[in-house]
Design a protein around this ligand. Structure first.
Ligand code: 6GU
Length: 247
């Protein structure tokens, strides 16, 4: 997979995307991430790319010419062009899965004060937001999207960290994890995890995932299919939580 990021700040991407899992994936050739400096496509000697809006109102708007030219410098037949903007469709794991199957993605980082409407209408096929809050620009959003999508590309994660075990792909939040020591400052690791009984460990983890989800993100249950075992476990959880609550 290839991701090309159109941005006014190309230098902010290299460190994060070149490190750790995504850095390794790029070195092994599974993934190519490039940045394109929109200013390189400016036609004026000051390399400016924004202009005051028609109709007034103050602020500056990212104009169409440099952005169209930047995108067209990398666009192929099969490329998906995505504009990052707070007006876009809210990003989630399902969107990330869909995007991870696309061969070439072009991301356009929006500008703090807005982009010319023709970029939205005639250049970008999709608009994506990473949540209901406002950022100064699309760069942090492009980093989030690139990370979430790239880790789903087959081979990027090893077996151990495999994405199929992700809390969101299972529809539940994660269960709690512990490592050595078994007793830290008097706080002990749950006994069952030291037992070596993998049936009981799986059941404990499933139960704690259900508990975490119930307590923090009960909305996720709307899209969760409960197995018979899940139903038994969640009944226990509810009973325990009610007992705890009335103590
Ligand atoms: Cl994609 N851009 C900006 N500027 N703010 C955002 C966003 C994107 N997603 C959430 N807030």
């Amino acid at each position: 997979m290839q991701i090309d990021i159109m941005t006014l700040f190309p230098n902010v991407f290299t460190e994060i995307l070149g490190t750790s899992i995504l850095g390794k994936a790029q070195k092994s050739g599974l993934l190519t991430i490039n940045t394109v400096d929109i200013r390189d496509f400016s036609k004026d000697k000051h390399r400016s790319v924004d202009e005051p809006p028609y109709g007034g109102g103050g602020g500056m708007v990212l104009g169409p010419q440099a952005v169209f030219d930047a995108v067209e410098s990398v666009k192929k037949e099969e490329s998906e062009v995505i504009l990052l903007t707070p007006q876009g469709k809210p990003f989630n794991q399902e969107l990330a899965y869909g995007l991870s199957k696309i061969e070439h993605i072009i991301l356009i980082c929006g500008h703090y004060e807005g982009v010319d409407e023709r970029i939205r209408e005639h250049l970008a096929a999709k608009e994506i937001s990473i949540g209901d809050y406002v950022l100064t620009g699309g760069e942090a959003a492009a980093l989030v999207l690139t990370d979430a999508v790239a880790r789903l590309v087959p081979g990027v994660l090893g077996n151990v960290e495999s994405a199929s075990q992700d809390s969101f792909s299972m529809g539940l939040l994660e269960y709690p994890q512990y490592t050595r020591p078994a007793d830290y400052r008097g706080v002990e690791v749950p006994e069952v995890l030291l037992s070596g009984n993998h049936g009981e460990i799986d059941s404990f983890r499933k139960k704690e995932s259900l508990r975490n989800t119930l307590k923090r993100r009960a909305d996720l249950f709307n899209n969760y299919h409960f197995s018979e075992t899940d139903l038994e476990l969640i009944r226990e959880v509810i009973k325990e939580e009610m007992e705890r609550g009335s103590e």
